[in-house]
Design a protein around this ligand. Structure first.
Ligand SMILES: NC(=O)C1=CN([C@@H]2O[C@H](COP(=O)(O)OP(=O)(O)OC[C@H]3O[C@@H](n4cnc5c(N)ncnc54)[C@H](OP(=O)(O)O)[C@@H]3O)[C@@H](O)[C@H]2O)C=CC1
Ligand SMILES: Nc1nc2c(c(=O)[nH]1)N=C([C@H](O)[C@@H](O)CO)CN2
Length: 235
């Protein structure tokens, strides 16, 4: 076995594919989810350990930490994937919206990294923390200001934790753009979204799977961001 990886937000989409793929690669995955879905049974059948946790509920985060510390004296890594892509609301929603974005994208990743520092350092091979950020962390976003700001904070934590945990733990970000559309996305939206990058396409989940594996298999890369964005910065 290649060691135990904690992945947050495995209930659907990229996190769900990451959990199944890395479990099949020989890691023992511990995955967090918030909403129970039939699709989770396929992960359970593969041997993925699932722990329900809503990051807005402090007692559930504390219970998650205690559970993982008991299950995994050593951690090969943590992949912070859980995320809420909320648009900005009205001014009277501003503070609660920013708090919600900071909670899921910054506060809980910060808490989990500190809570599992000992387990990561105890790994018998170099361990990894991977923060899944977003291209907009460097560019900003007109309609997702709070979301982008929180992803920028997550990206900054990559720099800090990389310095704190080297050389036994590597810490990197993956900054995607347009990996996977959402079911509600209209064709008009899809045309506009694809056109925002040079590659003019929806990347697909495989781009994220291979990006995570690239970082996990590196013995040297740390404190960096892997941009998986189709050349958006050049359009
Ligand atoms: N999809 C894309 O094109 C892009 C994705 N990204 C980033 O990649 C990562 C994966 O993206 P994607 O698969 O689309 O993500 P999703 O929007 O599908 O969210 C992933 C999971 O996060 C969980 N989550 C959200 N809020 C909370 C919370 N408060 N507590 C616990 N869990 C929570 C959800 O849990 P549940 O469903 O169980 O409620 C959800 O399944 C994210 O970090 C995203 O920001 C960045 C750029 C582009
Ligand atoms: N948590 C999520 N974050 C993001 C999503 C998503 O579905 N969930 N989607 C995007 C978009 O793909 C955007 O990059 C282009 O429309 C960004 N972040």
């Amino acid at each position: 076995m290649k060691g135990t990886l904690l992945i947050t937000g495995v209930g659907q989409r990229i996190g769900w594919h990451l959990a199944g793929h890395l479990q099949a690669q020989g890691y023992q995955i511990i995955g967090t989810y918030r909403t129970r879905r039939d699709s989770l049974k396929r992960l359970e059948d593969q041997g993925v350990i699932l722990i329900r946790c809503d990051f807005n509920q402090a007692e559930q985060v504390d219970a998650l930490i205690a559970d993982v510390q008991q299950r995994a004296p050593m951690l090969r890594g943590i992949i912070h994937n859980a995320s809420d892509w909320l648009p900005d609301g009205s001014a009277d929603q501003a503070v609660s919206r920013l708090h919600a974005m900071m909670q899921v994208h910054v506060a809980v990743p910060y808490q989990l990294n500190l809570a599992f520092e000992e387990q990561l350092l105890a790994s018998d091979t170099t361990a990894d923390i991977i923060h899944i950020t977003d291209y907009v962390a460097e560019k900003g976003s007109r309609k997702h200001i709070a979301y982008a700001a929180s992803k920028a904070a997550l990206a900054n934590m990559t720099l800090s934790f990389a310095q704190r945990l080297a050389p036994r733990v590597k810490v990197n970000s993956i900054a995607p753009a347009l990996i996977l559309f959402n079911d509600q996305d209209t064709e008009e939206y899809k045309v506009k979204a694809r056109a925002k990058s040079l590659m003019n396409k929806e990347a697909g989940v495989a781009e994220m799977l291979q990006s995570v594996e690239y970082i996990l298999n590196s013995g040297y890369i740390t404190g960096r961001t892997l941009a998986v964005d189709g050349g958006r910065h050049l359009v």
